[in-house]
Design a protein around this ligand. Sequence first.
Ligand code: PLP
Length: 426
Amino acid sequence: MNVARARADFPALRPRSGRSRVAYLDSACMSLVPESVLRAMEEYYSDYPGCAGRSLHRFSEEVSRRYDAARSAFAEFVGTNAPEHVVFLRNATEAINLVASGLDWKKGDRVLVSDQEHNSNLVVWQRLRRERGIRLEILPLSADGSWDAEVLERALSRRIRLVSLFHTSNLDGRSLPIREIAERAHDRGAQTLFDGCQAAPHRPVNFDRLGTDFYALSAHKMLGPTGTGILVGTPQGLSGLRPLVIGGETVQWTTLTDHELRPPPYRFEAGLQNYGGIIGAHAGLRYLERIGLEAIESAQRELNRDVTKALSGLGRVHVLGPENPRDRPSIFGFTIDGIDPHDAALFLDEGWGVLVRSGMHCVHSWYERRGLTGSIRASFYLYNNRDDVTALVRGVRELLERLPSRPGGARPTPHRGQRAPKARVA
Ligand SMILES: Cc1ncc(COP(=O)(O)O)c(C=O)c1O
């Protein structure tokens, strides 16, 4: 299997009559699924549609075996030595919520997040501040993607209980040195949680070597079906968490007055699970592994280098985050002077079949502070190729020609989202 030929394996990208070629550049939101994932899910529903770990009949036995195999495969993929360190959930947001609601907070406990977190790693802490009296500390990040350990050290000196940061940013594609961060945080007695949504699909994560307590990711950003996510945790980390939801499957035994929880990860997977989805996600993982993350990332780097070279030289285009595309290989985030990001996205889709994301990318706080309405984000994955980049570049060039900048407009006009439909703002 080869990254250059991957496009053909993705049904959503196949030519259809009446539809122009699609350049899908929104994989940071969710990736597409290859044929093998669809087949695996169909097989589950048509050949062995059972509940894992409950009934003793053949369907149930088969799904139990496959569900366990998926857990082992994900454990190996994220570099942890035991399948029990992997909890299957609906998405990364649920994984972060599980940690946030599962720790035993005391009033005044401090959580450190950066000033560029996805809402999934921000809102839940804000609620804990309101409801449990924790303190939310903010780690300021540089605009150009450079890392300053001194800033982290200063923040850690405020007796942080948990550091919760992205591994790779969905806004500008920069990555944080999470191994170093985990080490520094642990030296100060803090636990760590990393949001690996934008990192795990692109580069190897060695959970055991990283030394973090928790790592959250979503399988629907790495070829899995929607609604599949994972929390990876150390045995101590997981056993210190109170489950978010309990009931069937989470207990060893019950009486009418009491119960004993099963050990992790089972105590966190209440009720009938998304077996078809997880089995599909496992098929996605196999596909990824056959191509190899290194080949994927290196192909993306080249595409990002090309698009950066072609567009960043145009005076009105401003690239977000690190200047060098090597430091943000999967994401090209940008603004265009005088052009609303949503208008640009609609133009690129309708005129060029280029599907990008526009708006605030669930990092409203970042745009709010800068008075920006949002940005445009092209994100790459293994099925993207030069034709996609060419379409994007031509589309943006045409847009610039057609829509001259408004006089004096150095940046997109701030209008706090009132022009765009709500669904498009996030
Ligand atoms: C950095 C980051 N964190 C969290 C999320 C939320 O992921 P999920 O949809 O799996 O909950 C996203 C999704 O775009 C993301 O990019």
